[in-house]
Design a protein around this ligand. Structure first.
Ligand SMILES: O=C(O)C(=O)C[C@]1(C(=O)O)C=C[C@@H](O)C=C1
Length: 268
């Protein structure tokens, strides 16, 4: 099994991907990962979807809505960031924008004058620190290797920091089996009670929602797509009945079934 995820080696995505495949390759953006899986170049892709401090990874939500892939598994991992640098004398902190945001309070209190630099991934920020004594990176402490010092550990603003990843596969691998499912709904309509009707379709069939997120459709201001995760498999009658109602409500737009899957907790 060959998987693709956010690189270079040493990202949190890489750590999650190791639970899925022995052979892991890298891309520099979530969209590039999802495109590569859609084209069939890899069996699996691993992409971050949501963080417990910073919320949704919007690049992933948008790419999943635009492409045709399957979600085959969910992975939840704790995220414990370290500050890595050659010396204490740095003026720039480089990391993924999500990681910088997850450590916002720590950075503001300890390094209020540091310039924050958003790069493609935490591992890319650590590489910047390895190349430049003026730069510190934020990432997993194992990335220090021999050349960087771990100046501080557990610098995320909440100790319970965790990120949820989706394992994606080509659309042909969509499954109806699993305890959870994900759909994207584009109603292409706007009237009082539209969202209530969508939610009632699940409530009426006794299905618990675990996440609902609205994203702009990009078509016009105030027009939205809804990303919905719910706790039922698509093989279940109650899910089929609820989705029939959702499809009726969205008859002017579309409903994309990304598949059913189970969740795995990965510690590293
Ligand atoms: O840069 C990384 O290490 C990633 O795997 C990306 C990412 C993210 O996009 O949320 C993954 C987990 C952490 O929340 C921080 C960054």
């Amino acid at each position: 099994m060959q998987a693709v995820t956010l690189g270079p080696a040493g990202t949190y995505s890489h750590r999650a991907a190791r639970a899925v495949a022995d052979d892991v390759e890298f891309r520099e953006s979530v969209s590039a990962i999802i495109d590569a899986v859609e084209e069939g170049a890899y069996d699996r892709g691993v992409v971050p979807i949501e963080n417990s401090i910073e919320g949704s990874v919007t690049e992933t939500l948008d790419a999943i809505a635009e492409t045709d892939v399957a979600v085959t598994q969910e992975i939840v991992t704790p995220i414990r960031h370290a500050l890595l640098a050659q010396t204490e004398e740095f003026s720039v902190v480089a990391s993924h924008s999500q990681a910088l945001a997850q450590c916002r309070s720590y950075l503001e209190s300890k390094y209020p004058n540091a310039k924050l630099e958003a790069v493609a991934s935490t591992a890319r920020g650590v590489e910047r620190a390895r190349d430049d004594p003026n730069v510190a990176g934020i990432g997993h402490p194992d990335n220090a290797g021999g050349t960087l010092n771990v100046l501080a550990e557990d610098i995320q603003d909440r100790s319970s920091n965790a990120t949820r990843f989706f394992v994606i596969a080509p659309a042909s691998e969509r499954s109806e089996a699993g305890g959870k499912s994900t759909i994207v709904v584009y109603p292409n309509a706007n009237y009082p009670g539209l969202l209530l009707e969508l939610l009632e379709a699940f409530a009426d069939h006794d299905i618990n929602l675990s996440r609902i997120e609205s994203r702009p459709s990009g078509n016009r201001l105030g027009d939205y797509l809804f990303h919905i995760d719910f706790e039922a498999g698509l093989y279940e009658d109650r899910a089929e009945d609820a989705l029939a109602e959702v499809e009726e409500i969205a008859s002017r737009g579309w409903v994309k079934r990304l598949g059913s899957y189970d969740m795995q907790h990965v510690l590293y």
